[in-house]
Design a binder for this molecule. Structure first.
Ligand code: HEM
Length: 495
């Protein structure tokens, strides 16, 4: 009898829970964009393939249209799919959707720095960082020279492999790492430097972990999953280690600061901190500066490094593209001059290849999470403040009208019938609007100059037949992670 009573009570309890959830859902969502019906507690988890959430979002867009609502745990998410909707949200509603959605893996960055800052200091931190980066050469000759100074070190490290197979992850990664280290710390490291290698290992591992199915679950159900063992613990530990490294550099700079002569990014931010330290609510604190530095170091290294690594693999799969690049480089730059940004004008093919690599690899397919900063009426729907917003980038980069056969790697996507470079407004790997990538200019310069320099001096040699190279990412989540591979670089003078 007692068992029957408990069973009935449980059933009644569950039915009540379900009814309350249905009622709450209908009440709170009657003006929200359409979407699949969520279950209590888990929401729409079963409608998503956690191994490839971006693909699931594309499927849901086919069912519900370019603007739809999803629930994951207690998180309400509005997804934008396709050029029009994404651009509208990012550019026409730039303030309304400029908040940053919470990323539990980056708890120690929360509301500090730039990337994961959804608090009142984001705007000033971003603005000041951009000003300082610009003063240090962002978008001007300063960065071009910085990258050009790095080129001989990269080439030397590649020569040292002596035509033997090697994993490019850290050799290639050191080039963007040194460029951003120079900006942030006025520091250059040897390619065998232990600290540099350790940091790059952490960035690389984090980028991978952030894209695994477990972390997709963790980020949406962290309030329960945080108590379990799992790779989220490793991720959180790595994030803290990177932040501790940045904090130590900030402390060092504080001790040696000469306010009349700031040497690098950290010095310049410390000078601003000193100026504002007597205000009631100082915007810049040493912890905030450390998080900003950690943000720029991670974002400034891993994104460019992964793009270059993925790009080289793609070129090995398409030797005919590599051949055309050698021809253009030899014709425009020649065998010894260091590539320059002005060469871009005379090198439409390399320019198109760099664009196509970024389009094809679709590095951050679901962008970074945005958040509605206020109740907003969008296309007749009411999107409440605090709703998470995903302006998907893959839906723009893989638009099949703009880029016919988007699944194929075709530099022709960015070339006109005369072989000249063709601009596309659908090229949005850096997003757009108020949160647009802070390092876009730097990253684009690095990709062009480093790729030009590598191909000017080396032929790429795959260890397997090009047709057996599989370009599919090994993990898709936060980012698309390229397969691990080894290859050889053969000096062209010996080829
Ligand atoms: C291939 C290279 C890169 C790609 C594809 C890329 C892409 C992106 C994307 C999609 C976002 C999110 C924009 C949004 O929320 O709407 C972003 C944000 C950001 N990126 Fe990059 N990025 C790259 C390189 C860099 C570099 C080199 C730096 C640093 C110098 C950098 C620093 C940042 C920062 C600080 C943010 C946060 C902006 C904010 O929240 O206000 N990125 N990036």
């Amino acid at each position: 009898m007692a068992v029957l009573g408990i069973t009935i009570a449980l059933l009644v309890w569950m039915a009540t829970l379900l009814l309350i959830s249905i009622w709450k859902h209908i009440y709170s969502s009657w003006k929200l964009p359409p979407g699949p019906f969520p279950l209590p507690i888990i929401g729409n988890l079963f409608q998503l393939d956690i191994k490839d959430i971006p693909k699931s979002l594309t499927r849901l867009a086919e069912r519900f249209g370019p603007v739809f609502t999803l629930y994951l745990g207690s998180r309400r998410i509005v997804v934008l799919h396709g050029y029009k909707a994404v651009k509208e949200v990012l550019l026409d509603y730039k303030n309304e959707f400029s908040g940053r959605g919470d990323n539990p893996a980056f708890q120690v960055h929360k509301n500090k720095g730039i990337i994961f800052n959804n608090g009142p200091t984001w705007r000033d931190t971003r603005r000041l960082s951009l000003t300082v980066l610009r003063d240090l050469g962002m978008g001007k000759r300063g960065n071009e020279e910085r990258i050009q100074r790095e080129v001989p070190f990269l080439l030397e490290a590649l020569r040292k492999t002596q035509g033997q197979p090697f994993d490019p992850t850290f050799v290639i990664g050191f080039a963007p790492y040194n460029v951003i280290s120079d900006i942030l710390f006025h520091k250059h490291s040897d390619y065998s430097d232990k600290t540099g290698l350790r940091l790059m290992y952490l960035f690389n591992e984090n980028f991978y972990l952030l894209s695994t199915p477990w972390i997709q679950l963790y980020n949406n159900f962290s309030s329960c999953l945080q108590y379990l063992p799992g790779s989220h613990r490793k991720l959180l530990k790595n994030v803290s280690e990177i932040k501790d490294y940045a904090s130590a550099r900030v402390k060092e700079h504080q001790e040696s600061l000469d306010p009349s002569c700031p040497q690098d990014f950290i010095d310049s931010l410390l000078v601003e901190m000193e100026k504002g330290k007597h205000s009631a609510q100082p915007v810049h604190t040493s912890e905030g500066i450390a998080v900003t530095v950690a943000d720029l170091l991670f974002a400034g290294t891993e994104t460019t490094s992964t793009t270059l690594r993925y790009g080289l693999l793609i070129l090995m799969k398409h030797p005919e593209v590599e051949e055309k690049l050698h021809e253009e480089i030899d014709r425009v730059i020649g065998p010894s001059r260091v590539p320059a940004i002005k060469d871009r004008l005379d090198m439409p093919y390399l320019d198109a290849v760099v664009h196509e690599i970024q389009r094809f690899i679709d590095l951050l397919p679901s962008n970074l999470l945005h958040e509605a900063t206020q109740d907003t009426v969008f296309r007749g729907y009411v999107i409440p403040k605090g709703t998470l917003v995903i302006p998907t980038l893959d839906s723009v980069l893989y638009d099949n009208q703009e880029f016919p056969e988007p699944e194929k790697f075709k530099p022709e996507h960015f070339l006109n019938e005369h072989g000249k470079f063709k601009y596309s407004d659908y090229f949005k790997p850096f997003s757009a609007g108020k949160r647009v990538c802070v390092g876009e200019g730097l990253a684009r310069m690095e990709l062009f100059l480093f790729l030009a320099a590598i191909l000017q001096h080396f032929n790429l040699k795959s260890l397997v037949d090009p047709k057996d190279i599989d370009l599919s990412p090994i993990a898709t989540g936060f980012a698309k992670i390229p397969p691990r591979y080894k290859f050889c670089v053969i000096p062209r003078s010996q080829a």
